[in-house]
Design a protein around this ligand. Sequence first.
Ligand code: UDP
Length: 380
Amino acid sequence: MSLTVLMNAGPWLSVPPPGYGGIENVIATLVPELRRLGVRVVLASVGSSTLPVDEQVSVFADGQFAALQRPYNQVCGIAQAHLAGVVRELHSRDDIDLVHDHVEAVGLATLAAMGPAGPPTLHTLHWDLAKHPALYGGLDGGDRVRVNGVSASQLARAPLALREHSVGHVHLSTPLAVDADRRPRPDKGEHLLILGRINPGKGQDVGARLAHRVGIPLVLAGPVGPYHRPADLAAAGDEARQNPDVRFFLDEVAPHVDGDLVRWVGTVAGQERDDLLASARASLFPLRWEEPGGTAVVESLALGTPVVATARGCLPELIEHGRTGLLTTDEEELDDLVLSAELLDPDECRRVAAQRFTPEVMAQRYVELYERVRQGATVS
Ligand code: UDP
C-alpha cells in the first residue's frame, strides 16, 4: 500500500509517554500496526519521542506537559505555526496523502484553518464532547476535514458540527490483547482496582464508599492532578488545592482512604500496572461521566479482569453484560455486582479482548477510514 500519513501527536508528551498519557498511548499502539500494513508514517511530536517511524518532525525537544497549567496558549501557538509549516511543505511536494490528527487545539485548529488548500485530514476525537461544542465551533474545511470517534456513544453525543463531519468510530485497543492464550495469567487477589486519573467523572469516591460497605479491599491507582505519588501531593501543601482534581481527592476520596481497606498508590506503570490489574478480582468504573473511549476498560479485559461499571458512555459497547463484566444504570446496585464478579471467567475476558481490541483490528479500521477521508465521504 502506498500511503503516507502525517500523524500529529502534539507537543505535550513524548510517544510512547513516560507514564500516564492516553492519546500518546493510542498513537504508540496504532503506528507500528499501520507500518506493518505498509503505511508510511511521519510523526509530528516532540524530539524525545522514541517510537520507530519513517520520519519524525518536532518543534520542541521535549514534552511541554507542565505548560498545560499556564503558558498553554504560547505552546499551542508555537506548535500550530510549526505544524502549519510542515504540512504546507510536505503537502506541496505531494509527500503526504493524509494527516491523522489527535490534538484539537493544535492540529485540528491548524488544519481546519488551511481551508481547501490543505491535505485530507482525519481528526480523532478523544474527549467527551457534549459539553465542549465551542472547541469545535470553527470546524469547516469543506470535504477535507473529517472526524472519527472512539466510540459510537461519544459520536452520538457530539455537537452536530462534528457529527456532520464524521466517518465513524474506532474502539481503542491495547497491545496487551495480543497473545492472550500464551501469556500466563496470575492468580487472582482479593482486591478491586480503579485504574485512572482521580477525577469526579471516574467516581473514585463512589468506589471508596462501596469498598467500606462490602468490606473488600480497593486499590486506587492513578494521578491526582499533576501529582503522581502520595508523597508529592503531601509535600505540595495547600497550594495543591488550586487543582480541582486535588480538591475532589482531598474532600471526597481521602476521608475514605484508610491505607488498609482503601489505598491510593499513585500512578502505576509498566509491569506494576499490569500485575495490579491482572490480579484484581474486578476492575471498577463507578462512572459519573460519559466515558468516551475507556482504554483502561479494554486493558482490564486483555489481562483477564472482568469489569464492574455504571453503564455510561462507551461501557455498554465494550462490555458484554454477564460475559466480560457486569453493568448497571443504578449506582446502588454496584455493591451486588462487585460481589458477583468472581462468577465471570477471566479467560473469556482475554479471549474477547484478543478478538475485538487488538492493535491490528484498530489499524485495519483506521486504514478503511483513511480511504473514506480521501474520498471525502461521511457516514450518517
Ligand atoms: N494509566 C496508567 N497508570 C495509572 C493510571 C492510568 O498507566 O496509574 C493509563 C491506563 O492504563 C490507560 C490510560 O492511562 O492506558 C488512561 O486512559 P483511559 O482512556 O482509561 O482514561 P482517560 O484518562 O484518557 O480518561
